[in-house]
Design a protein around this ligand. Structure first.
Ligand SMILES: NC(=O)c1ccc[n+]([C@@H]2O[C@H](COP(=O)([O-])OP(=O)(O)OC[C@H]3O[C@@H](n4cnc5c(N)ncnc54)[C@H](O)[C@@H]3O)[C@@H](O)[C@H]2O)c1
Length: 306
């Protein structure tokens, strides 16, 4: 029987949209959490922005109600050097931008600074961990654990091993995801995009193609989506991309394109132009929609006569 791997100290590398949420979920689940970001104060800024956004939308997810955020964020230690977070961690979560070379260089660094038996995970939205496992120097102890917007109530994570990941490391990954109150979506053999994120990706690719080639008004896609699936307040795919961050969406789509080299996988030039104009979505106040008060939340958005 293999020895269970005990996780107490968790290092989160990158304090942006996802890193900050994973840090909060881990801290509220009793882990000793340190978050590292080269830009001081990123964790606080991210949490402040998410809190303001959720308050405005009236979101108060059961997984961590808003009135508990102040207490929980105090438990998260913030540092600017990855070695100060990962040096004594049992589990390291990489949540830096979606760029394979960057992720490889950070996996290499983490492989050198984290304890030898620590597990390294990537929150990549598209890249199988096998593409960075050799950089880590410990390919048997790496995982894809792709968390979603946990604090918003998307409490699930895709789970996938690399080519040499040990079964007990996969089991520990599933236990870690469950311990945060999230559902592990286990991928049985390597698949780009994993489980649910591959479904979301197929939707994004199609709607970006339709908008980017001027077939449709993006609002009509979101209207149709909301009519079809939005009976519980769900937003459409373009509002969803604004929420993710259009720069993050572009990086993810480029990652798929770099893998397939299929022109159909290349995101439209119009998306790049929006990013160049600083239209990054909710975080910059403008993306497909303008924030606060985006038009898809207005009463007349689904009004046939609106
Ligand atoms: N935004 C989403 O909805 C979402 C959802 C699931 C997964 N993801 C994935 O999670 C990862 C992070 O995405 P995000 O949206 O949080 O990005 P983000 O841009 O909001 O945050 C990334 C953070 O990483 C920091 N960083 C950059 N280089 C670093 C380094 N060498 N060491 C430590 N920190 C570093 C940056 O300063 C930044 O604060 C990406 O792989 C993304 O594809 C994003």
């Amino acid at each position: 029987m293999t020895k269970p791997i005990e996780i107490k100290k968790v290092a989160i590398i990158g304090a942006g949209t996802l890193g900050a949420q994973i840090a909060m979920a881990a801290a509220s689940s009793g882990y000793d959490v340190t978050v590292s970001d080269p830009h001081a104060g990123t964790f606080d800024t991210t949490i402040d922005n998410l809190h303001a956004d959720y308050k405005e939308k009236g979101l108060n997810p059961a997984i961590l109600p808003l009135d508990q955020w102040a207490k929980t964020r105090q438990k998260v230690r913030q540092v600017q050097k990855n070695e100060d977070a990962a040096g004594d961690a049992d589990l390291v979560v990489e949540a830096i931008p979606e760029n394979l070379e960057l992720k490889r260089s950070v996996f290499k660094q983490l492989g050198q600074i984290a304890p030898a038996d620590a597990i390294l995970t990537t929150n990549s939205s598209s890249i199988p961990v096998s593409r960075m496992e050799e950089s880590s120097g410990r390919p048997e102890r790496v995982l894809n654990t792709h968390f979603y917007m946990i604090l918003e109530g998307m409490n699930m994570a895709d789970l996938m091993g690399g080519s040499k990941t040990l079964p007990e490391v996969l089991d520990t990954g599933a236990d870690w995801i469950r311990s945060l109150g999230c559902l592990p979506l286990t991928v049985k053999k390597e698949l780009m995009g994993f489980c649910f994120n591959r479904v979301w990706r197929a939707v994004k690719r199609e709607v970006l193609y339709m908008w980017g080639n001027d077939f449709v008004d993006f609002r009509d896609v979101d209207r149709a989506w909301m009519m079809a699936f939005g009976h519980h307040g769900g937003a459409g795919p373009f509002a969803g991309m604004d929420h993710v961050g259009l720069d993050v969406v572009h990086d993810i789509e480029m990652s798929y394109y770099n893998d397939s080299k299929d022109p159909k996988d290349h995101p439209p030039e119009a998306l790049k132009q929006k990013i160049d104009r600083g239209e990054l979505g909710v975080k910059s106040g403008k993306g497909f929609y303008s924030y606060p008060d985006p038009e898809f939340l207005r009463d007349d958005f689904l009004d046939p006569n609106g």
